[in-house]
Write a protein that binds this ligand. Structure first.
Ligand code: GLC
Length: 777
């Protein structure tokens, strides 16, 4: 049952509600209403997508494309019917109806069966000095997900979600503002779902029934309220439309799906070489090593330390031969260093690329390099210039960029001097002379635009080679430029447990390529916690272990042989799953579907999974129930309706019930759904090696899987050089029928042996020549 903690529903007297409708205009896309001096506009963009704008001043803002990739006029016009009665205007598309009441003004939405959703309360559009807000009804059985990066549980009903990027160091389950600000959520009840994107980069907040019982509220410090309402029968329809709105992620290089090893403290070439050697000697697969701020000269961005990294080109080349890629951290704060021949600073100053105070002086704060100044990434020229400096890294052979501290994070005193975190003055002007905006409007965009600079630079500098971009901060649409990690988590069981709902909510917010520091960043982990974390970690779309300087190290071999063997087993599983995962990444890149999913994504009509935060699905076929508590040798697992198979033993399990799963330290409960088709590579040590064989594991039932393949590293797929092969399974009495389609497309994976493994039935090997086949087991 929903819990409410608030008062009775009254709007505080300081809010002014929208006055009654005085006149109306319509055209083939929208209806615009004059309500006293205010203006309200409802625009139909698709059968299931409506934009609502409310301008208390009567003037709509000129549109800025901070997140939404298309102007209203760029959507295909779709037919809708319009009716007016004495009291209400009604707009009907094929999927939904929108009712706009004249006095008092309120907007209500209905699905095809007439069920209401996203209904304004009376006076549900209002404003007061500096703020504008909307209130809507929380329907019975409605639950709320997404909201970008959120600590705590999966379902956000009864919580507050503020959208303002901060360095959320030491975050816990009560933390509100986080590194990412994504003002988007999905509301779900059985067979009815909607998404809402609040199109404001200004400070904003959702209140999910905390202050007003039975209502949720959105509020922003913007001159107008502007939101996109997406209707869907299930969350997948909503995430698909949200991706149309805010953009899709580019397909990463295949190696980026491998295991990444990172640490703040890999502070010499020798140490990096030694880490790489250990992985290969111990036969633990790994594709990437991250270099933290240790590689820089005195924390100056775009420099290498002569002492610790005297020949990065040689180092990177050497370890590339062993199949490793190097990813370097880049922080936005430029060391303030006049007359020191630090070219990054000198150029930034000469070109006037730095953030200034409203009065004109340079703005500074303190970060790793001590006194620092900050580029204005809102200006495209600054992004290009910053991007060009990436040459210092790409010329040495760096394959990926890790953007950190870009909320931005800075303090008013030197680090370690008990400084306060600060941000740029809100009335500071940013952007090119053509498009100026103040920091109140652009604050949430600092990380996104920095990541965009890196993304565009890497595309320019690494010819026909995909790169990996990682960012800590971002705003809606960040998926177009970068993957994301969840900042400085802690080596505690609570942080392990909440990583699953946090990553799932990010996935529902459009960010599919997401991970958090495996093992926990701050503090020390125990062998048991580290082992359990590695098991969960191989499910994260981004599987990267990272840790803070001074803590116990987090490489898989640090905690003794037993832990090492278990880590190897799970990292090997990750590598075996690569063809399955790569197809999921391709799906995310084309449809916006998350990769790691809460169960409600596939079982949206089953309220039993609405609050299930500690079980996850990897794509539609695999479900995991990680162990997130110490001493756990068993846990309860909810199996949704249908038949499930234990991944490890092949045992067939009836769903629609809870089971007790045994989970000694080397077992993470893992299941495949009936009809699942899961392509698996043989174990390899890194993903430059393309295995010459593949197993396709098939679970009896009815299902299909379309395998996506390409060369894994170049942009040739954008020119159509990829292939798809459809596998399907069905049952005929006791028999299981497997069909493989002709391979479609121009990419040829080469000659290889494929083994079809039907669980409980048997195995069949064949030489894959790309032609259709069929077998009965
Ligand atoms: C920040 C980052 C962390 C990094 C550290 C040093 O705390 O979140 O990942 O290791 O800075 O650069």
């Amino acid at each position: 049952m929903p819990q409410y903690f608030g008062q009775l529903p009254t709007i505080e007297p300081s809010w002014k509600a929208i006055p009654p409708v005085t006149s109306v205009e319509t055209d083939d896309r929208q209806i615009t209403l004059l309500c006293g001096d205010t203006r309200l506009k409802v625009t139909i963009l698709a059968e299931n997508l409506v934009r609502v704008r409310f301008a208390p001043t009567g003037e709509f803002l000129p549109r800025r494309s901070w997140a939404v990739t298309r102007d209203d006029a760029e959507w295909e016009t779709i037919p809708f019917t319009f009716e007016e009665s004495l009291e209400v205007f009604c707009l009907h598309t094929e999927q939904i109806s929108v009712h706009i009441w004249k006095n008092p003004v309120k907007i209500e939405f209905f699905d095809g069966q007439g069920r209401p959703f996203a209904r304004d309360r009376e006076g549900g559009l209002a404003w007061r000095a500096g703020s504008v807000a909307g209130w809507k009804v929380i329907e019975p059985e409605e639950h709320f997900y997404g909201f970008g990066e959120r600590t705590g549980l999966l379902d956000r009903l009864g919580s507050i979600a503020t959208n303002w990027t901060v360095d959320a160091v030491d975050y816990d389950t009560l933390t509100d503002e986080m590194y990412q600000a994504i003002p988007f959520f999905i509301a779900l009840r059985p067979s009815l779902c909607y998404g809402l994107f609040l199109n404001s980069t200004y400070w904003s907040r959702f209140d999910l029934g905390v202050r007003e019982m039975g209502y949720w509220r959105m509020e922003t410090h913007s001159p107008e309220l502007d939101y996109y309402l997406i209707y869907g029968r299930d969350p997948a329809e909503v995430t698909r439309t949200y991706a149309e709105l805010t953009g899709k992620m580019p397909l990463p290089p295949r190696w980026a799906l491998g295991y990444h090893q990172s640490r703040w403290g890999y502070d010499s070439e020798d140490l990096v070489r030694a880490i790489a050697r250990e992985f290969r000697d111990r036969q633990i697969p790994c594709d990437a090593i991250h270099l933290d701020i240790d590689y820089m000269h005195g924390f100056r961005v775009f420099t290498w330390s002569q002492k610790r990294f005297p020949d990065p080109h040689r180092l990177i080349n050497e370890i590339r031969q062993q199949g490793f890629k190097i990813i370097t951290i880049v922080d936005p704060g430029i060391k303030y260093e006049p007359e020191a021949d630090y070219a990054v600073f000198d150029e930034a100053l000469q070109q006037d690329y730095l953030i200034r105070k409203p009065e004109g002086q340079l703005f500074h704060g303190y970060v790793w390099p001590d006194k620092a100044v900050f580029p204005d990434f809102v200006d495209p020229d600054v992004r290009d210039w910053w991007g060009n400096w990436h040459r210092v890294l790409t010329d040495a052979g760096v394959s990926g960029i890790w953007n950190d501290m870009n909320e931005p994070s800075l303090s008013d005193r030197p680090f370690g001097d008990k400084g306060q975190k600060i941000w740029f003055p809100l009335d500071t002007c940013q952007g090119s002379p053509k498009e100026r905006a103040n920091h109140a409007e652009t604050h949430n965009l600092y990380g996104l635009l920095m990541a965009r600079a890196s993304f565009e630079a890497m595309e320019r500098q690494r010819e026909n080679e995909r790169s990996f971009i990682l960012t800590r901060s971002g705003y809606a649409g960040i998926q177009r430029w970068s993957s994301v990690w969840l900042g400085d988590n802690q080596a505690t069981w609570e942080h392990l447990e909440q990583s699953l709902p946090m990553l799932c909510n990010m996935g529902l917010s459009g960010v599919a390529f997401v991970g958090c520091d495996v093992g926990g960043f701050a503090g020390n982990t125990t062998a048991e916690l580290f082992t359990r974390w590695m098991q969960s970690g191989i499910l994260y779309p981004l599987a990267r272990a990272h840790s803070a300087m001074g803590t116990i190290r987090r490489e898989p071999w640090v905690y003794g042989e037993e832990v090492e063997a278990i880590c190897r087993k799970y990292i090997e599983l990750r590598y075996r799953l690569i063809p399955y995962l790569y197809t999921l990444f391709q799906e995310a890149a084309t449809t916006g579907a998350p990769i790691l999913r809460p169960l409600l994504y596939h079982y949206p009509d089953n309220p039993k999974v609405y609050e299930l935060h500690n079980q996850v699905m990897l794509g539609s076929s695999i479900m995991a129930a990680p162990i997130c508590r110490p001493g756990g040798e068993a846990r309860s697992v909810y199996l949704p309706e249908g038949i499930w198979y234990d991944w490890w033993t092949g045992e067939r399990l009836e769903g629609g019930r809870y089971i007790l799963a045994l989970a000694p330290l080397d077992v993470m409960p893992l299941y495949a759904r009936e009809g699942a088709i899961i392509p698996l590579y043989p174990v390899c040590q890194h993903l430059d090696e393309i295995p010459a064989s593949m197993t396709v594991r098939i679970y009896p039932g009815t299902g299909e899987f379309t395998l996506y393949e390409d060369d894994g590293h170049s942009f040739d797929y954008r020119r159509g050089i990829y292939s798809t092969t459809r596998y399907s399974v069905s049952t005929r009495g006791e028999e299981v029928v497997i069909e493989v389609s002709d391979r479609c497309g121009e990419y040829n994976p080469g000659e290889r042996e494929i083994s079809i493994e039907v669980i409980g039935k048997g195995e069949h090997r064949f030489l894959d020549d790309g032609t259709a086949k069929q077998w009965t087991f």
